[in-house]
Design a protein around this ligand. Structure first.
Ligand SMILES: Nc1nc2c(ncn2[C@@H]2O[C@H](COP(=O)(O)OP(=O)(O)OP(=O)(O)O)[C@@H](O)[C@H]2O)c(=O)[nH]1
Ligand SMILES: [Mg+2]
Length: 444
């Protein structure tokens, strides 16, 4: 079924709808050149063109000229899809783009599904699934760092990482097998343990890189949290520079999750303001708190707001605990209303004092967000399935390390190997493919 589809010539606009200087219509598949020759008249026929050649001419329907166009010819296998491909550069009028697309459909081409060009590159083996993911990430990334990381992944860096991991699991399994079969040989069992530990550490490192990828693709998700009335919404509005969230002196003002986008030089931050987390008596309050906690769980970075006028209260301790699991910073708000900023002991990182109301001392906070948005370190863009597999891998490696008997250890390692090799193309089923490629835009 999949391979049958590869026989079709597919066509789609590769540039967004709307008016622009130029627009591109992409055509790919086995009979592309012959088909395009039927609608393109230049000095030379496309079928006789070399690969990577540009020809100018006219798109025609019978005798009528539809547009003046430039045809870029790519011959198999040297094209994005590895098939014969033509990209028509047209004048950027949606009516022209639609007409050219329709003309090709009229003579037998099929409108491409989202991501189908990239899917073909994948099916023909030019890209692996990690690279297909990287193509998507290059288009979607909301930070400059994200684009850079996506391009590195496109060169195959993640595929190499995963291959490295599977080689190491396989090698451990071989050593273990040798111990099981030739117990009299002196293969030190202990020597496996440091290798396993190192492998676990590398899996964790990759998990962190996946997490970074997620935030760089969508923009850093920052949740403002604190007890009711500490000034979360005031800060949210101050950071965005507009009155987005309702502020009143009454605790429990914010109920729905309010979001806004902050554009920093290093990338985009998605800012979230929600209900104050504290005692919720009414049902609406409970729902609001649940919603805020959901946002805390999904966030990449937390701004924990404390009220300088009340000082530290026991309920704040619960909020600070969240910083053990996620990066974030502690902010004393309302410092304009106190003589001295309260002190905090036993917390990591220096809390900062601000006044959201007077917009005082917001720059260290913005600097920190800027730094987080550019987040240093390795980044990979993984899909849900790859993330899950890596999580399972870590679990099996950990169980292998803890296993008391060699055969149990071998069993866990075999499962670990299945997890890590599961990310290659042979084991991918249709469901995974569809999920990945459906997130692409048409024409890519
Ligand atoms: N003095 C002073 N008052 C502030 C400051 N920030 C906020 N407030 C006041 O504190 C009250 C509550 O502010 P909000 O921003 O609504 O607080 P919140 O944390 O969003 O409250 P809930 O949505 O109810 O959880 C308002 O009267 C604000 O004007 C500040 O920096 N200094
Ligand atoms: Mg509020």
């Amino acid at each position: 079924m999949l391979l049958e589809r590869l026989q079709d010539v597919i066509v789609a606009p590769a540039t967004p709808g709307g008016r622009s200087a130029l627009a591109i219509v992409r055509v790919s598949g086995p009979k592309t050149l012959r088909m395009c020759d039927q609608i393109f008249k230049g000095r030379k026929r496309l079928i006789g063109a070399r690969g990577h050649q540009l020809l100018n001419g006219f798109i025609v329907e019978g005798e009528e000229i539809v547009d003046e166009a430039l045809a870029a010819v790519y011959r198999a296998p040297h094209s994005y899809t590895t098939e014969d491909t033509v990209e028509f550069s047209l004048h950027g009028n949606p009516l022209i783009v639609e007409r050219v697309t329709d003309l090709l459909i009229g003579i037998g081409a099929r409108l491409a599904r989202p991501g189908e060009f990239t899917e073909r590159a994948f099916l023909h083996g030019r890209l692996d699934v990690t690279q297909a993911e990287a193509v998507l990430a290059t288009i979607e990334a909301r930070t400059l760092k994200g684009i850079k990381a996506a391009l590195a992944q496109l060169r195959g860096d993640l595929a190499k990482e995963l291959e490295g991991l599977s080689d190491r699991v396989r090698w451990l399994l071989t050593l273990l097998q040798a111990q099981l079969e030739f117990p009299e040989e002196d293969i030190q069992e202990e020597s496996l343990e440091p290798m396993l530990e190192e492998l676990i550490a590398d899996t964790k490192r990759l998990e962190r890189a996946f997490r970074r990828g997620r935030s760089q693709r969508k923009g850093l998700a920052v949740m403002i949290l604190g007890r009711p009335n500490v000034g979360k919404s005031t800060l949210f509005n101050a950071l965005l520079g507009e009155e987005r969230s309702i502020v009143t002196p009454v605790p429990g003002t914010t109920r729905d999750l309010v979001t806004g986008t902050l554009r920093l030089p290093t990338g985009q931050v998605r800012l979230f303001d929600g209900a104050g987390i504290g005692i919720a008596e009414s049902l609406p309050d409970q729902c609001a708190v649940r919603r805020a906690i959901g946002a805390v769980n999904r966030a990449d970075f937390l701004l924990v707001i404390l009220d300088a006028t009340s000082g530290f209260v026991p309920a704040d301790a619960e909020l600070l605990k969240l910083l053990r699991k996620k990066p974030g910073m502690i902010v004393w708000n309302k410092t304009d209303a106190v003589k001295e900023v309260p002190s905090l002991e036993n917390v990591s990182g220096e809390p900062i004092g601000i006044s959201a109301l007077k917009r005082k001392n917001l720059s260290p906070l913005l600097d920190r967000l800027k730094e987080e948005a550019s987040s240093q370190g390795e980044t990979f863009f993984a899909n849900r399935f790859q993330e899950e597999r890596l999580e399972h891998l870590a679990v099996h490696l950990r169980s292998a390390l803890d296993a008391q008997y060699l055969d149990m250890r071998a069993k866990e390692l075999r499962e670990a190997l299945a997890d890590v090799t599961g990310t290659d193309r042979s084991a991918l089923d249709q469901r995974i493919l569809e999920e990945i490629f459906s997130r692409f835009c048409v024409g890519k």
